[in-house]
Design a protein around this ligand. Structure first.
Ligand SMILES: C[S@@+](CC[C@H](N)C(=O)[O-])C[C@H]1O[C@@H](n2cnc3c(N)ncnc32)[C@H](O)[C@@H]1O
Length: 358
């Protein structure tokens, strides 16, 4: 059996959508997943107190094999989205061998159209779970001085992002359809905005891109990974990232769903390895229990690190130090539909930031 690579998941995207879901026949994995779904359905009556518990007795391993119901949430990409995914293939992270690291210098060795300078050497930011890419595209647009990598599991989200990029590149203008965050709009319910009809319009697949190379392209500072962001982490060079964003991660609120959460002990240790000294981890969620879970996990990782060193000087042996004073618009300049939905339903946004100590 060949070794897995960082782009194993992504290769499936070029075929036809979700991992392994293009074949309708039931595999052993599907069977197990549907059993899990039934399990989850039976959980519907689970009392909220146990469902929202954020104080795990054990330290769960991250489980990337998500239940089928979750995989189906976002639906399949449209034909037009699939064409855009293909047209934007130059923005994919390259394939790397098991045990090797991505070469950022090579990956971002292209110029930005704004100032014609090289991307290599710029800060690299990673967003895990970018959804339809509102924050990622806004950030790549607003910060041409940074490079961005976005990881997303759901192919329809990648399809939407690809369509937005595709159209923007054809029109030689960044996509600006995102909703800009302002403090006045914070936590305010809004009537849902009508979807932009142009967004779903077919893009003429025969129209050639104005510049077929990524160099000088509008989004030359952006790369996409279609797959599980947690599985990508081992392929990222040590101390190479300036920031990691996890924006509105699926809360997986039930006790038995906890292993599906992105933030786990192993994830935090991997993030500590790939972030630079003073690099930052930002988490935004509208789920209070999930926010508390993330804080507890960071606390646990810090405590373990202290115990391992058998020293008592608190700050010195922390892997992550909490940062209280930060500007949201630096890393989350948009209001995504997930965040707005939370506000419409009376939830508030919990923002956390930690700085890595090495
Ligand atoms: C609730 S949505 C939020 C999307 C986006 N961050 C926003 O604020 O609009 C969570 C997203 O994370 C993605 N996701 C969940 N686990 C992931 C993982 N391990 N790697 C990459 N994406 C993941 C889901 O597919 C989904 O699109």
């Amino acid at each position: 059996m060949s070794a897995p690579s960082a782009v194993d998941d992504y290769n499936n995207i070029t075929n036809d959508g979700e991992e392994g879901e293009e074949e309708e026949e039931t595999t052993a994995v599907d069977f197990l997943q549907s059993m899990m779904m039934q399990d989850d359905e039976q959980d519907e009556d689970e009392p909220a107190s146990s469902a929202l518990s954020s104080t795990p007795s054990a330290d769960p391993q991250y489980n990337p094999k998500k239940p089928l119901w979750w995989k189906k949430i976002s639906g399949r990409p449209t034909k037009s989205q699939k064409r855009s995914i293909e047209a934007m293939s130059q923005f994919r992270l390259p394939r790397v061998d098991y045990g090797s690291f991505l070469d950022w210098e090579e990956i971002f060795a292209s110029t930005t159209p704004q100032d014609n300078t090289n991307n290599a050497g710029r800060e690299i930011w990673l967003e895990i779970g970018f959804g339809t890419g509102d924050n990622l595209l806004a950030s790549a647009h607003q910060h041409p001085d940074r490079c961005f990598v976005g990881a997303e599991v759901h192919t329809s989200g990648i399809g939407k992002l690809s369509q937005r990029m595709h159209r923007a590149i054809l029109q030689s203008q960044h996509w600006t359809g995102y909703t800009v965050f302002t403090p006045e709009r914070s936590n305010q319910p809004q009537t849902p905005e009508q979807p932009d009809p142009e967004e779903d319009e077919e893009i003429d697949s025969d129209t050639p891109l104005p510049d077929s190379t990524i160099s000088n392209n509008l989004y030359s500072n952006l790369r996409i990974y279609g797959g599980d962001g947690v599985k990508l982490l081992p392929y990222i060079p040590t101390s190479s990232l300036s920031a990691v964003l996890i924006t509105f991660p699926d809360p997986f609120p039930k006790q038995r769903q906890i292993p599906y959460r992105v933030v786990q002990t192993q994830t935090l240790l991997a993030l500590h390895r790939i972030l630079k000294h003073a690099g930052r981890l930002f988490v935004a969620t509208d789920h209070e229990g999930h926010s508390q879970w993330c804080r507890e996990k960071v606390h646990q990782v810090n405590t373990n690190a202290r115990q391992q060193k058998q020293e008592q000087q608190e700050q010195q042996n922390q892997l992550f130090v909490s940062v209280e004073d930060f500007d949201r618009t630096e890393w989350l300049p948009v209001i995504s539909k997930y965040e707005q939905k939370g506000w419409n339903e009376g939830r508030t946004t919990h923002l956390s930031c930690w700085q890595v100590v090495k």
